[in-house]
Each structure stands twice: as C-alpha cells, then as structure tokens.
Design a protein around this ligand. Structure first.
Ligand code: DX5
Ligand code: ZN
Length: 217
C-alpha cells in the first residue's frame, strides 16, 4: 500500500558509511530516513548526535526523521533543527514538560513528534493532539534494533480515533517486517520505521536487497 510511508532506520546501516547508506535507501524507494539518537541515559545505548545529523543531511533528498531517545530534550532541540531535521520526535516519558517540548520543536521550525513507549497508554497524548504532527508508537522497548515486535494494535486504533480529522501521522517503530506491517497498517498507522528488515542482505555496494525488502513491507 503506497499511501504507507517506509522510513528505514539507519541504526541498522553501516556506521562507517552513513552518507552512502542514506543515498542507497532513497534510491531503493525509502520515503523517509529515520535517525535514532540515543544517549545512554534515557535508553541503555549510545548512537550519535546533531553533528552526525548535519553530516548526513546533504545525502538525504527527502524527510530526515529524527527520533530522540534522550533526556533531557529541550537543550538540544535547536541543535537538531539546525542540523536539518524535518521531524523531531521526543518521548513523553523523557521529562515532565512534553507540552513545552513540542511547542519548542515547532518554534524551531521542525514538525513535532511525540513517542510512546510500549508501557505508556494512548491517553498520555490526549492533551497534545493539536501540538503534534506525528505520534510514534513504539512496538519494542527503545534502545536496540532487531528486537521482537510487541503488538500495540489496540493503542494504534485508540490513537486513530482520538486524532479524528487532524493531520497527524501515526508512526510505528520496532520489529516492523513483512509479517507485522499489515497488522499495524490495518490498525491505522501510516509511517512504518524498519531497521533490520530493510537492511538485511544488502550493502552500499549491493543495495538491490534494500529495494526488495522495502517492497516486501
Ligand atoms: C529502537 C529504535 C528503532 C529501531 C528499529 O530503539 O527506535 O528505530 O532501530 O529497528 P528494527 O526495525 O530492527 O526493530
Ligand atoms: Zn526509532
């Protein structure tokens, strides 16, 4: 279903070749590029920060979708916006002031996303619907790629009805593959992040598997 956007996560890419990996996945049909920023504090893993985002920006024609798994968020919003992020997503669990954070993301000129861990109910965003452009439903506990999908179909359906006719994306992140993608799309998701399922079997020198994997999702 091509109204569904596929956002490969470069967490599963070759860390020594991010620029070339971004060009390869876009050439192979990726709609967005998903960038997982982790701080070793909000999640038990460390990846990269705004300087890396700025470095890959010229290698991405489309949407750079930056998923912040960091706490605090607010001191770094301008840095990620200046690095060229189109979407900046912060976790509702990352601090007491997600409402302020979403306002600050929009003020910095980016689209504002809010992410929910698997243990957090849909109702956590009830008072944020007019401040957000995207709700990211985590279907794994954040921190690592390649984890087993956790079914959040009920939460997705609840969010779709809460959103009503607002122009808000529902993005799914974690364990998305050709088996789980139809379930989340059916429940109302329209942006699917996929790391391992997109990058498996390919490389910058042999990128055709990326395209085949994207088409299978
Ligand atoms: C998890 C990240 C995800 C992850 C997805 O903390 O936010 O974006 O990389 O990877 P897969 O598709 O392998 O679960
Ligand atoms: Zn992510």
């Amino acid at each position: 279903d091509r109204s569904i956007k596929i956002a490969p996560s470069i967490l599963a890419a070759d860390f020594a070749n991010f620029g070339a990996e971004c060009e390869a996945i876009e050439a192979q049909g990726a709609d967005w590029v998903h960038v997982d920023v982790m701080d070793g504090h909000f999640v038990p893993n460390i990846t990269f920060g705004p300087a890396m985002c700025a470095a890959i920006r010229p290698h991405i024609k489309g949407v750079m979708d930056v998923h912040l798994m960091i706490a605090p968020v607010d001191p770094y919003i301008d840095a990620f916006a200046n690095a060229g992020a189109d979407v900046i997503t912060a976790h509702v669990e990352a601090g007491p002031h997600i409402h302020r954070t979403l306002q600050a993301i929009r003020a910095a000129g980016a689209k504002a996303g809010v992410a929910l861990n698997p243990g957090t109910p849909a109702e956590a965003v009830a008072h944020l619907l007019d401040l957000t452009d995207l709700i990211c439903v985590m279907t794994v506990n954040p921190g690592f790629g390649g984890q087993k999908f956790i079914d959040m179909s009920d939460k997705i359906r609840t969010l779709r009805s809460m959103i009503g006719d607002r122009p808000v994306h529902i993005e799914i992140d974690g364990g998305v593959d050709p088996k789980t993608a139809p379930m989340v799309a059916q429940a109302g998701a329209d942006v699917l992040v996929a790391g391992s399922a997109v990058f498996k079997g390919g490389s910058v020198s042999d990128p055709a598997p990326y395209g085949a994997n994207i088409r299978e999702i």
